[in-house]
Design a protein around this ligand. Structure first.
Ligand code: ATP
Length: 922
């Protein structure tokens, strides 16, 4: 065998390719050969994508406005020969960079690892059998089948195509899908024009094909250029951007205040050195050093919590956006329902039949309803079931007594129904060999297969699909005696609607005779006219947990809309069963209004803006219309989460604020475009992710509200001292001690705060809403002022009572820290009284406080710390005062929270009163 690289595979014809790779187009490679080649060529994995080097990423950590200040402070203190201060400030800078670097690396790795858990699968023919395996296991010579929605798993020399189109934009930059063919082409043809090669990682946008693997892993074209595809995930989120803007403002304020400190002090005759140190203290005090780390850590905790609830985040900003979601647009099949299909009814011209038994086990009778023909004597019934078996790509298998579908559950149900009438899948498939196929796509909504017929003189096409796609093309039907009779397509529609109104998913079956020479079929065959065979109606029960998830969403002010490819009546019936009646906001009772794809086509953009608010169910929607719906909702100011699984759902998923792809049934294309992937395809997991997203944002806000008063208090303390001409109550080094230890041991513990019980009872946060509301800014100023007054007066009292400067400063610092500890408990909820949360519901916080108390005792009493930080032991009387201040601060904040609750509930009552008055006058 020649090696897989260096050969111009596109130039060879298919037989040459088989010969050189020693493989068989129908049987594939034998198992022994696979193992040998796997050893020789290694796994079919991409080399690691290289982002910026670790050093560059580390250096980038210093590229932040607030770090510039700290670097400047290092230089100033160096210049003043305050080496210890310089070392500690620089140490903090380094520590920050290290934490930032590690966090960023971990977050990127975690996202990558999560993405990797969803490996690409490949359909391969080996040893004459078709199997599905990890694309990593492919070797050169493997025969691979691809179809729309797949990612091409390796470089393939295409040997069979069926309207195969591939999106190779990642490789060639060509944004339109390109058609593939099998003919050999000139050796000199450039890469982008090699129509008989499907390149690894390209996406199949339509059709089907078969190819022989000619390059794996690094030997693929993408493998060679993989450096060009940047693997860098965007880790910036709306919140981090808001914080970055805030940092710039803070930088300006600090610079002005530091300059003012310097000028005022020097004008008053203080020494330059002292004033420089005061400016440095002010700067390091006002910077919230722990903030960036707290944000990344809280987001990372959010990602992990979501993964535990079966929602895999692919893009970090999604964690935050989820919290402000106002509308969830969900598929029906598999997301709101179980995707466990069972045929319950079959209608033919000969009669109506009830199919007994549940699940995929071929056990149960088919019973004619009164007045219908016998099962055995209705030839139309046999044909209808036969069509379901033949126009079918799936299979059933029994594992440990359980019957499972390999493939599409809709098709699985058809196999079971046929088996109940004694038609064996394997026998029928052998008898009627398949010659050609038009695969199912959501756009045309049917599937057709060409078979050798019973007589040699004809071939037959079996078609199955949505009733609307089949019925209008049927002019005749097969009756119970097997004869052709005339038919009104409207009769089929009426019949189907009756089944759909009961929530059944209805498929229509038809056939067409074609000449014995026919080798290929295309859409024309269906257009020409079909012979109707029958309808099969299957149930797909709603998922139990979805009902409560939808109720939760409604309570949380999140609308839920069903957007499905299925029939309007089926959709409405299921919607009602899962509690999606009324306007998708509350239970208004009755069947929900449905807008169909056809109606959507006629609605103007303006009307759609209104309709999209009032309608809960959209049926027979094409993927393109999904995109229009997302845009209309966004035009109304909504933050939209949209699910998708199909190959054409990509644009809608990208457009949605949160694109949600299905992990089990979703195509690679959909997963690629999504921000989040559900490992269980379940709607309830979206609701869980929204809840977690809200939790993350809530905890981040708590951290910010907790941390900023410290910086404000410290800044003011130094400013006041300088302006009043008093010795500095805290030194730069001491300020850094406070900021760093409390941020890590106290503030960060808020990230572990459990979700508040009313989290899903609040309305969604406005997407453009600032993190800090007026109320919270008020609280930050209040606590900042308390910190200032308490520490300043404690410092002055200590000095006045004859204590040393070191002791007075230690008193001031401990005042700061203890008030922060008490305030931490206030911050466990922004609105609810602290005692309602239960003292032990966040144990991490208690551990943090305990460690902080120990550290602070060392800071105050350990001789080494006293020397390092210029502190001194303080007495019990001082502790008594500090504790009193802290308790007072705690009580004041709780009272402030209570007052706000009063204001809010009065506002709500007034609004409700107005509403009631309004409806009374109406
Ligand atoms: P949802 O969009 O909620 O997942 P869906 O599965 O019904 O619902 P599509 O996959 O777009 O949406 O299918 C549209 C219609 O095409 C279905 O209602 C059904 O009538 C028909 N259909 C679905 N699967 C097949 C198939 N494998 N072969 C033929 N027709 C199918």
């Amino acid at each position: 065998m020649s090696s897989s690289n260096g050969t111009s595979w596109h130039q060879l014809d298919a037989d040459d390719v088989y010969a050189r790779l020693e493989t068989d187009p129908d049987r594939g490679l034998p198992p022994g050969e696979v193992a040998r080649r796997r050893d020789e060529y290694g796994p079919n994995a991409m080399p690691e994508r290289r982002g910026p080097s670790a050093l560059v990423r580390f250096l980038l950590q210093f590229h932040q406005p607030l770090i510039y200040i700290l670097l400047a402070a290092t230089l100033v203190t160096l210049f003043l020969q305050e080496y210890l201060d310089a070392a500690v400030i620089f140490g903090v800078v380094i520590l920050n960079a290290v934490i930032g670097f590690l966090q960023e690396t971990r977050a990127a790795q975690a996202l990558e690892a999560l993405a990797k858990t969803m490996t690409t699968q490949a359909n391969v023919v080996r040893d004459g059998k078709r199997e599905q395996l990890d694309s990593e296991d492919l070797v050169p010579g493997d025969v691979v089948l691809i179809q729309s929605g797949d990612r091409v798993p390796a470089d393939l020399r295409v040997v069979h195509v069926r309207e195969l189109q591939v999106d190779e934009s990642a490789l060639t930059g060509e944004s339109l899908p390109v058609g593939k063919s099998t003919e050999p082409i000139d050796a000199e043809t450039p890469l982008a024009e090699r129509t008989n090669i499907a390149y690894s990682s390209a996406l199949v946008t339509s059709g089907q094909g078969k190819g022989v693997v000619v390059g794996t892993g690094e030997e693929t074209e993408v493998g060679r250029i993989s450096e060009m595809i940047s693997g860098a995930e965007d880790l910036a989120t709306p919140l981090t951007r808001q914080i970055a803007r805030f940092s710039h403002i803070l930088l300006a304020i600090i610079l002005v205040l530091a300059a003012a400190t310097l000028v005022v002090g020097v004008l008053r005759g203080e020494s330059w050195i002292d004033m420089f140190m005061a400016a440095v203290a002010l700067s390091v005090g006002a910077i919230p050093e722990g903030l960036p780390a707290a944000i990344t850590i809280t987001l990372a905790i959010g990602v992990a919590r979501m993964a535990r609830r079966r929602a895999i985040i692919r893009k970090l900003p999604a964690v935050e956006t989820l919290g402000s979601t106002t509308v969830i647009c969900s598929d029906k099949t598999g997301t709101l329902t179980e995707n466990q299909m069972t045929v319950q009814q079959v209608h033919t011209r000969g009669g109506r039949y009830e199919v007994r038994g549940g699940g995929y086990a071929p056990e149960g009778e088919i019973e004619p309803v009164e007045g219908s023909a016998d099962v055995a004597s209705d030839k139309g019934l046999r044909e209808c079931l036969l069509a379901g078996l033949l126009a079918n790509d799936s299979a059933l298998e029994s594992k440990d007594g359980q019957w499972l579908v390999r493939g599409d559950p809709t098709e699985g149900a058809l196999i079971t129904a046929a088996a109940k009438a004694g038609l064996s899948h394997s026998e029928v498939r052998q008898e009627y060999s398949r010659i050609d196929v038009i695969p199912f796509e959501s756009d045309h909504k049917y599937m057709a297969t060409l078979h050798a017929g019973e007589s040699d003189s004809s071939r037959v096409v079996y078609v199955k699909g949505a009733v609307e796609a089949i019925a209008p093309r049927c002019r005749e039907a097969i009756n119970a005696a097997g004869e052709v009779e005339a038919l009104e397509p409207d009769d089929i529609q009426a019949d189907a609607e009756e089944m759909a109104a009961r929530g059944l998913r209805v498929l229509a079956f038809a056939r067409a005779e074609v000449s014995s020479e026919t080798e290929h079929i295309d859409h024309e065959i269906v257009e020409k006219g079909l012979t109707f065979l029958g309808l099969q109606g299957m149930i797909d029960p709603p998922r139990e947990e979805v009902i409560s998830a939808i109720r939760e969403c409604h309570a949380a002010g999140v609308q839920v809309k069903m957007i499905t490819g299925d029939h309007a009546l089926t959709a409405a019936a299921i919607a009602e069963q899962v509690g999606l009646d009324g306007k998708g906001r509350e239970n208004a009772g009755g069947l929900p209004e449905v807008l169909t794809g056809r109606q959507l086509e006629e609605v103007s953009d303006d009307d759609l803006t209104r309709a999209v608010e009032d309608t809960t169910v959209f049926a027979r929607v094409s993927p393109k219309q999904k995109l229009r719906l997302v845009r209309a909702l966004q035009g109304n100011g909504h933050v939209v989460a949209m699910t998708g699984d199909g190959v054409n759902d990509g644009p809608a998923l990208k457009q949605a604020n949160i694109g949600v792809a299905m992990g089990i049934t979703g195509t690679e294309v959909a997963q690629e475009a999504a921000d989040m992937v559900l490992t269980d395809d379940n709607f309830a997991s979206i609701e869980a992710a929204v809840e977690e997203g809200r939790g993350v944002f809530d905890n981040l806000t708590k951290f910010i509200v907790w941390t900023l008063p410290t910086n404000l208090g410290e800044g003011l303390l130094i400013l006041v001292a300088v302006f009043l001409g008093i010795t500095l109550p805290v030194l730069p080094l001491q300020v850094l001690w406070i900021n760093m230890t409390t941020a890590v041991l106290l503030g960060l513990m808020l990230a572990f705060e459990p979700k508040e019980p009313d989290l899903m009872r609040r309305p969604p946060r406005g997407s453009h809403q600032a993190i800090l509301t007026r109320e919270l800014i008020g609280r930050i100023v209040l606590v900042g002022a308390i910190l200032l007054i308490a520490s300043f007066s404690m410092f002055q009292v200590a000095l006045a009572s004859g204590e040393s400067l070191e002791t007075a400063r230690t008193v001031a610092i401990n005042t700061f820290v203890l008030i922060e500890i008490f305030y931490l408990f206030n911050c466990r909820s922004l609105t609810v009284p602290m005692f309602r949360l239960g003292l032990f519901s966040n144990r991490w916080l208690l551990v943090g406080v305990a460690v902080m108390v120990v550290l602070q005792s060392l800071f105050t009493y350990a001789p080494l710390m006293n020397r390092l930080f210029a502190t001194a032991p303080i007495g019990l009387r001082e502790w008594g005062w500090i504790l009193s201040f802290s308790v007072a601060a705690f009580v004041i904040v709780e009272i402030e929270k209570w007052l706000w609750r009063m204001v809010v509930s009065r506002k709500k009552r007034t609004a409700e009163g107005d509403g009631a008055q309004l409806s009374a006058t109406n």
